[in-house]
Design a protein around this ligand. Structure first.
Ligand SMILES: *Cc1c(COP(=O)(O)O)cnc(C)c1O
Length: 416
């Protein structure tokens, strides 16, 4: 993994250079496009600070990145400057962070992890239909009980059935026996094609599905499947904290990956990333998108070019070395909170490469949960409360939390 850290000045130059390559609504002959810069009453473009604010300048210029720009065809020439930044961003994510060989991946900046996950299911459904004449009832979405609800959404939208397998109640590991039993039942019922979704960090536990165990089982059963990795939460941290990760494109079974910029990367909302190996985007080409030069391959249609460029800016502000340091600092803070919990005898789940801790609910009073805004796995009947070590979580808050928790537990012990 290796990409450079750039100075603020260099980043500013790159962004304004990219904007300069886009056509400018103010100075070019643009008559046919139902789009323009942001409303000038509110977003006046002569505000003096804009000269030093590349992201805000991009927002005001309002480039549209509709379509998929990693495909080898011409996109809208109007926005080609900032679209090139998006291509660079996708390359950085697929090749540098997720180990793909050069020019073997496509991708785009989606509205979020939900869209990226749905895009993957949509592509594979159509792939099985086109290549194997699959009937919808012969295709099954496979994911664990800890998976994000976007997979249930996808199944509903795409009219496909789901196989939801169990995980171990304490260590949240894939229950292979349950998966195998359910696969065998599905096969008996005539299912022939499987869209398998593997978590690179679940939302609630920060647990990571053992990808090898899952692919070994699929291969042993000689099943026809495509595998998607949901790295919406873990994608910008896990590859930097675990160099042995198998959840990447070096693994031949991984075909696509979702990552969220608006979680660990601290980018604005609307910065999901969808990555997929080449020759798959074509399964969702909407030929009827005839007014879009290069057609549309995405779920969302029009989307913000500023958002794509913004992720490019964040990643180059740190460089690969700086980002690795930042993520490891979050990891250290998480580990030190775990040590404090260990001392108090509090039971919790934590993946050592991630910045999330799920504490068993019996240790957490409603007052503490409310005061520190811990998130329950189930608002009606909580079994776990999670803590996510995000950059805003400072040591002082952690100290207040641990001392209050320790007082409460001591008081409970005295009472009983
Ligand atoms: C947050 C999250 C999603 C969905 O992302 P949105 O950006 O909210 O659409 C999907 N999967 C996982 C594991 C997540 O943590």
């Amino acid at each position: 993994m290796n990409w450079p850290k750039l100075s603020t000045q260099e980043i500013k130059l790159k962004i304004f250079e990219a904007l300069g390559k886009n056509l400018n609504y103010r100075s070019e002959l643009i008559l046919g496009i139902p789009a323009t810069y942001l409303d000038t009453e509110i977003f006046y473009d002569d505000a003096p600070f804009l000269k030093n604010a590349p992201f805000l300048s991009m927002l005001v210029a309002n480039p549209n990145h509709i379509g998929c720009h990693t495909l080898n065809q011409e996109g809208e020439p109007i926005f080609k400057g900032t679209q090139q930044l998006e291509k660079d961003l996708i390359r950085l994510c697929s090749d540098e962070i997720f180990g793909a060989e050069p020019t073997t991946c496509d991708g785009y900046v989606a509205s979020g992890g939900t869209e990226a996950n749905i895009e993957a299911q949509w592509i594979y459904r159509n792939y099985f239909i086109e290549e194997f004449q699959a009937k919808p009832e012969e295709i099954l979405l496979v994911y664990s009980q800890d998976s994000h609800y976007s997979f249930a959404k996808a199944a509903n939208l795409l009219n496909l059935n789901s196989l939801v397998f169990k995980v171990h109640p304490d260590n949240r590991e894939v229950d292979l026996h349950d998966l195998e039993t359910k696969l065998e039942t599905a096969i008996k019922q005539g299912v022939k094609y499987f869209i398998v979704n593997v978590n690179l960090s679940t939302t609630m536990f920060g647990s990571v599905d053992d990808i090898e165990k899952i692919t070994d089982l699929m291969n042993l059963l000689h099943l026809n499947y495509k595998l998607h990795v949901d790295a919406a939460f873990g994608g910008f941290i896990y590859p930097f904290t675990n160099s042995e990760s198998k959840h990447n494109f070096k693994n031949p079974y991984v075909n696509s990956i979702s990552i969220d910029g608006h979680k660990m990367l601290q980018a604005p909302y609307g910065t999901g990333i969808f990555l997929i190996r080449k020759n798959y985007m074509k399964y969702v080409c909407t030929n009827q998108a005839s007014y879009v030069l290069g057609k549309d391959y995405t779920l969302c249609g029009s989307r913000s070019g500023a958002n794509a460029a913004c992720m490019w800016m964040i990643l180059h502000t740190y460089g690969s070395v700086g980002w690795t340091v930042k993520m490891n600092q979050l990891l250290d803070k998480t580990t030190s909170l775990c040590s404090a919990l260990d001392e108090m005898g509090v039971e919790y789940f934590r993946n050592p490469f991630l910045n999330m801790i799920s504490i068993k609910s019996k240790y957490i009073s409603t007052e503490i949960a409310k005061k520190f805004m811990l998130v329950p796995d189930d608002h009606d009947k909580p079994s776990w409360y999670k803590i996510v070590m995000m950059p805003h979580v400072k040591q002082g808050i952690l100290d207040t939390f641990t001392s209050q928790l320790s007082d409460e537990l001591l008081y409970k012990r005295i009472q009983s």
